[in-house]
Design a protein around this ligand. Sequence first.
Ligand code: ADP
Length: 278
Amino acid sequence: GRALAPVKEMVERTRTVSAKSLGARLPVANPHDELGELATVFNGALQQLEDAFAELRRFTADVSHELRTPLTAMRAVGEVALRERNPAILYDALGSMLEEVRRMNQMIERLLLLARADGDDMAAHLEAGLVRNLLVEVSDALTLVAEEKQQQIAVDCPEHLLAVFDPALLRLALVNLTQNAIRYSPEGKRITIRGLSEGGWVLVDVADEGPGIAAEHQQKVFERFYRVDKARSRTEGGAGLGLAIVKWSVERMGGNVELKSEPGRGSTFRLRLRSVTS
Ligand code: ADP
């Protein structure tokens, strides 16, 4: 009986653990005996659960906030417009409400994509492909948007550069990066999408001449809902999900993304893709 007493205590303590008390831990009398080891492993699992729950709570709060903001704006615009009888004002109000709807739509689509990413049920279709074709395709797709800000997108990539990638995932990553470059750079600036091979990897850079990102934000911008300048970025359309999607899509292809930037001197986002030989 005495020998089993500590086991009994562990059982009792474990019973009290619930989703609401994930902060509880089992006592570890001696970390070097079997029971101590068991308690340590169990405590580790509890810690992971506690972290996951905290992350989920934060995520839910962020999503609610992000959805509430455009809804509040739409409601205010609608209420004011309804008091007017002027068709021009009604027309403007509808336009601005549709803009908010478009933003919410984009955000929900991105959230769904990330939710599927978490579920890990999206297989990457990796194949060897010509990098330049895809860079040109992305540049062509966004040229009109860039021209609205008198910006130019230049593609600089050797014709025969091959890499291992999933065209849909690479397109997704590059469209997000190039849209950001357009959005955050002032009018008239140049955006360069460059492909090159280096040290057994194929690198794809999206470089802009925008405001840059300060060192303390450089890791965080890849987190969901992280924005450097919340107020400004929202009017320009983002919910802070774009770079989380970029990171997920390149990692899915066995690559990674890094950011080199200095405030005032632009930003370069570098994707590292597997080369055909590596
Ligand atoms: P968002 O949808 O807000 O653009 P992202 O995840 O794409 O979200 O980017 C996160 C934040 O990183 C942005 O809100 C912005 O502050 C900053 N950022 C992203 N790309 C650039 C860039 N090219 N130049 C300057 N800041 C950028």
